[in-house]
Design a protein around this ligand. Structure first.
Ligand code: ADP
Length: 441
């Protein structure tokens, strides 16, 4: 400040010196005044430069101004530097925080006090069909129109979550999303969303499964208890008694095979995949299952089915011999059970040129319409319900087959022509096939 004052005095002294030189007291005053005005203009000019620098925020090019303005510019520069450092710091922390929320498998939406979207992560966008950039500051109720959601938000009772149908942008699969709102701050809301499609599907499958099992068990049980009641209440001829008892034995057997298939399935689901140490020779596997199938054909069709075996090249299959026997056994038993008397059933094995192997069972049975094929390996899915029951089917055979082959890294392929017959192929990957050097014909 003193410097400024000295500057002003110096200018005024110069002005008055000029007045003295002009030898008039008036000019001394006038000189002083002119000097003061010039000084003010100079100050104004310096002030304007500092102001422009501040306004333009052109921090790199600070104006070179003298004295107190210079000190001011220097101070502002330092302050600005420290502030921008702090701002950068908090920006990078905010960025890290947001990218952590972005990485979350849950959808996160921040709503302001009027339920407008302040921020949303990509996952929320995918769950709720909102665009995290474009839809900022939009009312969430304009974007999520599900009535369940609208009433949930409207009521303002957020102690539980709701399930709504989400919108999957890619593809047309349905999506179920659980949404929960957590109020915070001044009427703001944090909205979290979770994809519960798989959980709900698993839950629905579990419910279906329990319902199916109960139904399958209840039918023979009802029949059984009916016969028990008959035997208890009626005086029966010996022949009738024997007939009823044999029907009862059939129902008991049906329940037994159901329980046994259920146990097989649960064992398959709960155990680790079979290692590659165990092996079974394809020809032996076929021989065993074919002889069981012939036995079944004796019972069901008086042995009238014609069987043929086609093994072009034998090989060892690595995995669980027990499981593979059960899989092929199920396919062969199906072929016998669904092919009318006199039909042909053939079973074969082949190592393919790429080293994979194919084990198949074909029959000249009724065939299966194409629309059933994708669902055939589902538990309890039956095309011919009555034939399945009559021949002791549980509806679980192909589900077991699919499990077994998948556990061996392969897949089941089914092809069928209505009225002509079906082919069920077990396709094994090469790493489960150990070739033999000799060829069988
Ligand atoms: P099931 O115990 O009822 O035979 P599966 O799971 O083994 O159950 O088979 C499912 C359904 O697929 C059967 O109910 C039957 O309708 C059909 N199916 C299976 N194998 C054959 C076949 N070889 N020919 C015609 N239909 C078949």
């Amino acid at each position: 400040m003193t410097v400024k004052f000295v500057e002003l005095l110096a200018l005024m002294a110069l002005g008055s010196l000029y007045g003295w030189y002009a030898a008039s007291i008036f000019w001394v005053f006038a000189g002083c005044l002119a000097a003061a005005v010039a000084w003010l203009l100079l100050e104004q000019y310096r002030f304007a430069r500092v102001l422009k620098w501040l306004r333009d925020e052109d921090w790199a090019n600070e104006p070179s101004v003298a004295h107190v303005w210079g000190v001011l510019v220097e101070r502002i520069r330092k302050l600005q530097k420290s502030l921008s450092g702090k701002a950068k710091d908090s920006q990078s922390r905010l960025d890290e925080f947001l990218s952590a929320i972005q990485a979350s498998p849950n959808g996160v939406v921040l709503l302001d006090n009027q339920s407008r979207i302040e921020w949303a992560n990509e996952t929320a966008g995918e769950h709720l069909g909102i665009d995290p950039q474009r839809d900022l500051m939009q009312h969430v109720t304009n974007l999520i129109r599900d009535p369940v959601f609208l009433s949930y938000l409207g009521k303002g009772e957020f102690d539980s979550e709701i399930s709504i149908q989400g919108i999957r942008k890619a593809g047309f699969q349905s999506l179920t999303v659980a949404v929960r709102v957590h109020p915070y701050g001044k009427k703001r809301k944090l909205m979290l969303s979770r994809d519960v499609t798989a959980v709900q599907q698993a839950e629905a499958m579990r419910r279906d499964f329990v319902a199916n099992v109960s139904h399958e068990i209840r039918t023979p049980l009802t029949v059984l208890s009916g016969f028990v009641e008959t035997l208890q209440t009626l005086e029966l001829e010996e022949a009738d008694r024997a007939h009823y008892l044999s029907l009862m034995a059939q129902q008991a057997e049906r329940m037994q095979s159901l329980v046994s298939d259920l146990l097989t399935l649960s064992k398959l689901e709960g155990s680790p995949t079979p290692n590659r140490q165990g092996t079974v020779l394809a020809s032996q596997l076929i021989e065993k299952c074919a002889s069981d199938a012939q036995g079944l054909s004796e019972v069901l069709a008086g042995g009238s089915h014609r069987f043929s075996v086609d093994i072009s090249q034998d090989a060892h299959l690595a995995g669980s011999p027990e499981e593979l026997t059960s899989a092929l056994g199920n396919l062969m038993s199906n072929a016998v059970r669904y092919t009318p008397a006199g039909g042909e059933i053939s079973v074969g094995f082949r190592v393919l040129p790429d080293g994979d192997a194919s084990l198949w069972v074909s029959d000249t049975g009724p065939g299966i319409a194409a629309e059933h094929l994708p669902r055939l390996t589902e538990r309890f899915y039956r095309v011919d319900r009555s034939r399945s029951r009559e021949t002791g089917g549980t509806g679980l055979g192909l589900a077991i087959v699919k499990h077994v082959i998948q556990r061996h890294g392969g897949q089941v392929n089914i092809s069928s022509t209505l009225g002509k017959g079906s082919v069920f192929e077990l396709h094994f990957p090469g790493d489960r096939v150990r070739r033999l050097s000799s060829h069988l014909h």
